[in-house]
Ligand binder design. Structure first.
Ligand SMILES: [Zn+2]
Length: 85
């Protein structure tokens, strides 16, 4: 699963859950993004990808940030994925 697929999965789940204030799913807007975060440790810098979305409900006007998942990223360079069917 690449990061786009992972994000799509989270968005789909968020849409099904709807607004966390009122549960409304119809007028449900979001702006999704992956935020890279770095933390320094004794043995080097660790990078994280934070999968999150800003959500705005058209029913109750709630606006909030939803953090879906935080994933540790190993190194900066992309290792070749074995894309199996
Ligand atoms: Zn709402």
């Amino acid at each position: 699963m690449d990061e786009n697929e992972r994000m799509e999965m989270h968005i789909k789940q968020a849409e099904e859950r709807g607004c966390r204030e009122c549960g409304f799913v119809k007028d449900f807007y979001y702006e999704a993004g992956i935020q890279r975060m770095s933390q320094e440790h004794a043995d080097g810098i660790i990078h994280f990808d934070m999968y999150m979305a800003k959500i705005q409900c058209g029913n109750c006007n709630a606006v909030y940030d939803e953090l879906f998942e935080v994933i540790e990223v190993k190194g900066e360079d992309d290792e070749p994925d074995s894309e199996s069917e």
